[in-house]
Design a protein around this ligand. Structure first.
Ligand code: 3PY
Ligand code: MG
Length: 262
């Protein structure tokens, strides 16, 4: 299910290539499939800000795997329950918001990995283990290939950046520009020089250590800027925002036609 998706994803990142996908708030697996058929690389299924419950999320994961797109779950918070359940239902990657210290980053790895890398709670009767149809050997051999993404999005995280970056088991650091802008006193101003300067510093520090960097973009200019800076894990907008933009553009066209005809 996930093994091939994870291998392909890691191969692209290792080759220095960017990967691309949206955040998704949807509770409807059809939208997840559509992102896969559009050949995006990943979806970030959002349990921090989305309304979805774990049962519907399991169906979103099925849809992602069906349409061959890597399912990332952004968990609500740094807890053993949130991370364990996301992985048990079949997330190929977990993204944890608001990692501020190395101790928190270590905790994320502890909850996400089986021994010896961590202490993830064990149950092989879950979807990720094919409800026990997968051999124990295969499950424990492959489960730790799942990807751990730490969101860096506050002043405290910046102060502890080098310690966070040195935590073993963090595959990607993801800069949350919106929370970061708030933490730097300019809420929502993701292009503010103060925000951009700190983001640049994080990108450089992570790249120096060969750690893949990601960020959120919600304009094409922003996407281009961060891709040029070497950010590889590029999330672009949110399903609801993409739908809203499409609706707004269509409405504008409709009113242009209306003005020309009537
Ligand atoms: C942020 O910008 O704070 C995020 O978490 C991603 O949108
Ligand atoms: Mg955030």
């Amino acid at each position: 299910m996930n093994e091939q998706l994870i291998q392909n994803f890691k191969k692209k990142l290792l080759a220095g290539k960017p990967v691309f996908g949206p955040f998704m708030k949807t509770c409807d697996p059809g939208f997840v499939e559509a992102a896969g058929y559009a050949k995006m690389d990943f979806v970030i299924l959002d349990m921090e800000h989305g309304p979805i419950n774990i049962q519907s999320m399991q169906n979103n994961i099925r849809a992602a795997q069906n349409a061959e797109i890597l399912p990332v779950i952004r968990v609500a918070d740094l807890t053993e329950e949130a991370i364990g359940k996301a992985l048990d239902i079949g997330a190929a990657a977990i993204e944890i918001p608001k990692i501020s210290t190395a101790a928190e980053a270590r905790l994320a790895v502890k909850y996400a990995k089986f021994s010896p890398a961590g202490e993830r709670g064990v149950c092989r009767f879950v979807r990720a283990a094919h409800y026990s149809a997968m051999s124990k050997e295969t499950y424990f051999r492959t489960a730790n290939d799942t990807i751990v993404i730490a969101q860096i999005e506050g002043r405290e995280a910046i102060e502890n950046l080098n310690e966070i970056l040195s935590v073993e088991g963090i595959d990607i650091v993801f800069i949350g520009p919106y929370d970061l802008s708030q933490s730097l006193g300019v809420p929502g101003q993701v292009h503010h020089p103060r925000v951009v300067t700190e983001m640049d510093k994080i990108v450089k520090a992570a790249k120096k250590r060969n750690i893949v960097v990601g960020t959120f973009t919600d304009s094409k200019a922003m996407m281009e800027k961060w891709m040029k800076s070497g950010v590889q894990y590029i999330s672009y907008s949110v399903d609801m925002g993409i739908f809203y933009d499409a609706c707004r553009k269509l409405t504008e066209q409709f009113h242009q036609f209306e003005a020309a005809i009537f």
